[in-house]
Design a protein around this ligand. Structure first.
Ligand SMILES: NC(=O)c1ccc[n+]([C@@H]2O[C@H](COP(=O)([O-])OP(=O)(O)OC[C@H]3O[C@@H](n4cnc5c(N)ncnc54)[C@H](O)[C@@H]3O)[C@@H](O)[C@H]2O)c1
Length: 266
């Protein structure tokens, strides 16, 4: 899928120094595309650059919460790649705090990165994506974009917002052939965010990491936790020519968790 060396895409992946962003950047480079990874963590960015080691890789220091930084990142892509066809909004943060303990700073941090950052980068990239004639935006949602969850009130609010943003951006950009879709994963414990969530669950429950991971897998109808590759494959699906008629779609990558009831006791 999406191995199109004669017609390569020019992509900006926010949060590209780690987790799903980094894995997506790797997958795009492997398929012959030009990729900028934008991230606020300069140490992690340097590390990602050294790990991916590719002539078509462009690392950019990017803080998605700043309009200036988002515009500068897009301008760097225009200068280096001659344009932009693809934006993947993967930058994200989470805090796990009980409702009464959530500070205003935590609320602002999560809303600013996860929701406002997705908006600012999409807004900055929109002119180039319109010009491309085959522009694509992929946002990253979450199961917390679909159902309420305890301990992560700001994250849930931000991710529900990402769903609304996906659909309204899709409506705004459709006339110029730009599609906007959202990949919505359930928990993957191996990314930066996944490791943070796992550590917090250990603190809260006193269980071992193995027990926690096994318990979450048992809740999934397909009886396993997702892998990073499952998420990257869904992103690649929305970038493929074959999915050009899909826009405003939220794709739950969840092993059936939010769609079906597992058969119990049989
Ligand atoms: N891992 C999971 O279980 C899971 C589940 C559902 C959704 N998601 C979503 O997937 C996306 C990627 O998360 P991940 O799991 O790969 O975690 P991750 O921590 O490995 O990656 C997130 C990246 O975003 C970067 N970032 C944070 N603030 C930023 C800012 N202001 N500007 C630019 N970059 C910034 C971080 O430095 C990091 O490199 C996030 O949107 C997250 O909400 C993750």
């Amino acid at each position: 899928m999406l191995d199109n060396r004669s017609n390569p895409r020019r992509a900006l992946v926010t949060g590209g120094a780690s987790g799903f962003g980094l894995a997506t950047a790797q997958a795009l480079l492997d398929r012959g595309h030009q990729v900028a990874i934008g991230d606020v963590d300069s140490r992690q960015l340097k590390c990602a650059f050294q790990t991916l080691k590719h002539p078509d890789l462009l690392p950019i220091e990017l803080d998605v919460t700043s309009r200036t930084s988002a515009r500068d990142a897009v301008e760097t892509c225009r200068t280096r790649f001659g344009g932009l066809d693809t934006l993947i909004n993967s930058a994200g943060v989470i805090h796990m705090t009980a409702l009464e303990e959530i500070t205003e700073e935590e609320w602002d941090h999560v809303i600013d990165v996860d929701l406002k950052g997705t908006f600012l980068c999409s807004q900055a990239a929109a002119p180039l994506l319109r010009r491309s004639g085959r522009g694509r935006i992929i946002n990253i949602g979450s199961d917390a974009a679909r159902i309420g969850c305890p301990q992560i009130v700001p994250y849930c609010a931000a991710k529900f917002g990402v769903v609304g943003l996906t659909k309204s951006l899709a409506a705004e950009l459709a006339t110029d052939g730009v599609t906007v879709n959202c990949v919505s994963p359930v928990g993957v414990s191996t990314t930066g965010m996944g490791q943070f969530v796992l550590r917090r669950k250990i603190e809260l429950s006193g269980q071992t990491p193995e027990d926690i991971v096994a318990a979450t897998a048992a809740e999934v109808p397909l009886q396993r936790n997702p892998t990073t590759a499952d998420i990257v494959n869904a992103i690649l699906f929305f970038l493929a020519e074959e999915s050009a008629f899909l826009t405003g779609v939220v794709l739950d990558v969840d092993g059936g968790m939010l769609s079906i009831l597992p058969v119990r006791g049989t």
